[in-house]
Write a protein that binds this ligand. Structure first.
Ligand code: HEM
Length: 393
């Protein structure tokens, strides 16, 4: 005997945006899958269930023809399964290879970061969201894609417009117009550089796409670049801010990591476990199936709440604390299975080895402000939206 999916009506959308963790705990304790009225979605919140789902893409498909992502961005490999996914994924691989990261992206990203941090040293205070994390994430993604130089705010604006469009379930006409305009602007920016990448093979993602075997068709290039803009900017930005916040709020751990730099990788992993930049992503159930005693009917849309799974106390004791010394345990911040994040290694390096160490090294006595506390928001995407700090100028 299996049970039907229970329904929860007394969690508000605002609760999820402000602080989803009490709701996540309740959902984990209630059932393997729960329909949350405010989210209009069935949410899966336990670590083991999400791991099981991601091992079975035939039953839990990433492909969803009705998805708004497809409408706003076009047909992308992130929302395909099997061979269609694998071809797109393979096409971008050269840009994400460890040697490319080490030899090409690392020195370039260190230079971008040095410029940003040096411009801050004499200032003494800033909101690290707009002064560091957003420009860093935007400028590095611009280079990785292979765009011509543009103000960091332009790529950030496109990214946000696409994300808003992909989550526009209420059908707001202005949100849709902005997303479509961003899409058209991105297509024009791609057109402006594509011949150059064809003529000159280089480590950028656009170059990888046009030199892939078979070369990616232009509709695929357009859609997949949009997915990368929508999904490759906010996450490193939020991971930078979350790691800084975790360390500033826990000075004993900060002191240890500054004294023992080999602890940086563990600090990075703990930050993205603690506040996962992507809190939830969708899957579609392709056949009626039982998940840990609950029946999921064919066609059901489910949301995999990795932000909840990363605080599952069956896997992470005392899950709400930021603790870089917790026993090493894999987490789900980068997803798992065939769609495991393509940008994992480049993010680990940029955030955990370049940006945050340089920030603590160059801005002396970096500290939070008592009069302006940080603000952390979101549940589908979550991170600090403001992180005001001071240092000794
Ligand atoms: C801390 C930073 C990041 C986090 C936490 C993160 C998280 C994730 C997650 C959870 C997924 C799975 C989504 C799904 O299955 O629906 C994903 C997929 C993906 N990510 Fe990331 N991401 C990060 C950075 C980046 C960066 C910097 C890039 C590109 C430059 C990137 C490119 C991608 C791509 C292309 C996919 C789709 C992979 C596929 O479908 O095979 N990510 N990411």
């Amino acid at each position: 005997m299996t049970a039907t999916v229970p329904v929860v009506t007394d969690i508000s959308y605002q609760d999820l945006l402000d602080d989803p963790y009490p709701a996540f705990r309740r959902l984990r304790d209630t059932a393997p899958a729960v329909f949350v009225d405010a989210a209009k979605l069935t949410l899966v919140t336990r670590f083991d269930d999400i791991t099981r789902i991601e091992r079975d893409p035939a039953t839990y498909s990433a492909d969803n023809p009705a998805s708004l992502v497809n409408k706003v961005m076009g047909p992308t490999f992130m929302r395909k399964d099997g061979a269609e996914h694998a071809i797109g994924r393979k096409a971008i691989e050269p840009s994400f290879k460890p040697t490319t990261i080490r030899e090409h992206w690392t020195p370039r990203f260190a230079e971008i970061c040095t410029n940003l941090v040096e411009s801050l040293i004499a200032v003494g205070e800033a909101d690290l969201f707009s002064a560091l994390a957003a420009p860093m994430a935007s400028l590095t993604l611009m280079e990785m894609i292979g765009f011509d130089e543009m103000p960091w705010q332009t790529l950030a604006y496109w990214s946000q417009s696409l994300i808003d469009g992909a989550g526009n379930y209420a059908g707001d006409a202005e949100i849709e117009r902005k997303a479509m305009q961003a899409g058209a602007d991105i297509d024009a920016a791609i057109d402006a550089v594509l011949d150059r990448h064809r003529a000159n093979r280089n480590p950028s993602i656009l170059s990888s796409m046009v030199h892939a075997d078979p070369p990616m068709p232009i509709e695929g290039i357009r859609a997949n670049i949009k997915v990368i803009i929508g999904g490759g900017l906010n996450e490193p930005r939020d991971a930078i801010l979350t790691l800084v916040l975790g360390l500033l709020a826990n000075p004993a751990q900060r002191d240890r990591v500054l004294a023992e730099p080999e602890l940086w990788p563990a600090a990075f992993e703990e930050a993205v476990r603690w506040i996962s930049p992507i809190g939830m992503y969708p899957r579609r159930v392709t056949r009626t199936v039982e998940l840990s005693g609950v029946t999921l009917p064919e066609g059901l849309q489910i949301g995999l709440c990795v932000g909840a799974a990363n605080r599952d106390d069956n896997r992470f004791p005392d899950p709400d604390s930021f603790n870089i010394f917790r026993p090493k345990q894999s987490h789900l911040a980068f997803g798992s299975g065939p769609h495991f994040c393509a940008g994992t290694w480049v993010s680990r390096l940029t955030v955990g080895r370049i940006v945050v160490p340089m920030l603590f090294e160059r801005l002396r006595n970096l500290r939070l402000r008592d009069d302006a506390p940080p603000v952390v928001l979101g549940w589908v995407f979550r991170g600090p939206v403001s992180l005001p700090v001071r240092w000794d100028a």
